[in-house]
Design a binder for this molecule. Structure first.
Ligand SMILES: [Zn+2]
Length: 421
């Protein structure tokens, strides 16, 4: 369906001429015989592209019946598309590099660039982008160029399941140049099918005239046999990630058990937070009543809405709660950083930090309201609307402290999932 442009669209005008105007058949100077008008979106706004079409003025020449379009037209926008290359690449990049959803791409185009296109159009642009990218990746001259300085390649094959229930996608990658060579979905990964992919890799290697130094895989039977037949004498090693994961299995089981035990022990955050909020609410109410002698009847001042008193003990306690909640809900980590171990380390840091605060309080005036915090006993996993504020805990730290503990930092530990292989 042609794109519907509103009547009052303000197009930027772009005119294109044929650059080489010699008739390809008789060499005579060609004449302009027609104009093609195209409209498309660019990131800078809507464009009206006027293409001047040329043909040979000599009716007897073959060049008379054929019109020539401006050479640069294709470099500005693809035929039949309502978007220019810039928007096309923008969409492809957001989809494949940033993993945005189509809805997200659609809203961002509309909000940021006032480009309104349907989700089906975006989906079809994405397909075209993918096809072009794949063609480019597998383009033999490009590949040869990239591998010019490489003598030996390291190949790797693995099966990935993009989504549950989908057929497995078998991917062959080359590791020295970090390049995906090709990928194929196999409904039944028989030894024969897998071997076909390995044979394809062999063709690529041969066409580039390279040696294979090493194959890596998770050593599934089909990989082991296929590689042995197609690449005799080439070493075939366990990929480090799979190897570690398999070796670490018993460790991770123990670690997971330790994590559960720690979670059971660290409880009652919610109750502490509620007590703090209640206290803050009472104080906020006092302030409000003082400022405004006649508050509207029936209005309950929400505790959370009271201005954060960043220097108060309450704020520090809330920060600690947020930090601890972040720590006990953090499941990140792989075989080399077991999540339970990370949790134990982080909790010890929190304990040390609290201890340092208490040590500094000793001898000074004890805050009477500290006695208010109830003994912890409730669930910890309840989500809570408390914002993490910069904690005063950090500034009250003792000077001999090993390294700074910022409760906020503990909440946003870098997320890193286990394996990508
Ligand atoms: Zn001609």
């Amino acid at each position: 369906m042609p794109y519907h442009w509103p009547k009052d669209t303000d197009f930027a005008l772009l005119e294109l001429d044929v650059l080489d105007r010699d008739c390809p058949f008789c060499g005579r100077l060609m004449h302009i015989c027609d104009h093609r008008y195209r409209h498309f979106h660019s990131l800078e706004g809507p464009v009206e592209l006027v293409c001047k079409l040329n043909h040979c003025p000599d009716r007897a020449c073959q060049g008379h019946a054929k019109t020539k379009s401006p050479e640069l037209e294709m470099t500005i926008a693809l035929p039949r598309m309502a978007i220019g290359w810039d928007v096309f690449c923008w969409i492809g990049h957001r989809r494949f590099s940033r993993h945005w959803s189509i809805t997200q791409i659609q809203s961002e185009l509309s909000d940021q660039y006032h480009i309104k296109i349907s989700d089906d159009s975006i989906s079809s642009y994405i397909q075209s982008y993918q096809a072009m990218l794949a063609a480019r990746q597998e383009d033999p001259p490009t590949l040869r160029q990239q591998y010019q300085s490489v003598d030996e390649v390291v190949l790797c094959i693995d099966g990935l399941q993009p989504e549950k229930g989908h057929e497995t996608l078998y991917v062959v990658r080359e590791l020295t140049q970090k390049r995906v060579w090709f990928a194929e979905p196999l409904i039944s990964a028989t030894a024969q099918e897998v071997r076909r992919l390995i044979a394809k890799a062999k063709q690529w290697v041969e066409s580039m005239d390279k040696k294979v130094g090493l194959w890596l895989s998770d050593r599934q039977d089909a990989f082991v046999t296929g590689i042995a037949v197609e690449f005799p004498g080439v070493p075939h090693r366990y990929c480090e990630n799979h190897f570690l994961r398999d070796v670490a299995k018993p460790v991770l089981e123990v670690d997971s058990h330790a994590k559960v035990t720690m979670r059971k022990k660290v409880r009652g955050l919610r109750k502490i937070e509620q007590a703090v909020l209640k206290q803050q609410g009472v104080e906020a109410l006092k302030d409000t009543t003082a400022a405004d002698a006649d508050p509207p009847a029936g209005v309950v001042v929400p505790a959370i809405a009271s201005p954060p008193r960043t220097d108060s003990a309450e704020a520090v306690v809330l920060d600690y709660c947020a930090a601890v909640r972040g720590i006990v809900n953090d499941d990140q980590g792989g075989p080399l950083q077991p999540p339970g171990l990370r949790m134990a380390e982080a909790l010890s840091e929190v304990r040390e930090s609290i201890q340092r605060n208490l040590d500094e309080e000793k001898g000074g005036s004890q805050r009477s309201n500290l006695a208010v915090w109830p003994v912890a006993s409730t669930e910890v996993s309840t989500p809570c609307g408390v914002n993490t504020r910069q904690s005063e805990a950090t500034s009250k730290r003792s000077r001999k402290s090993r390294r700074p503990l910022n409760p906020k930092a503990a909440v946003v530990r870098p997320a890193r999932r286990g394996s990508r292989n």
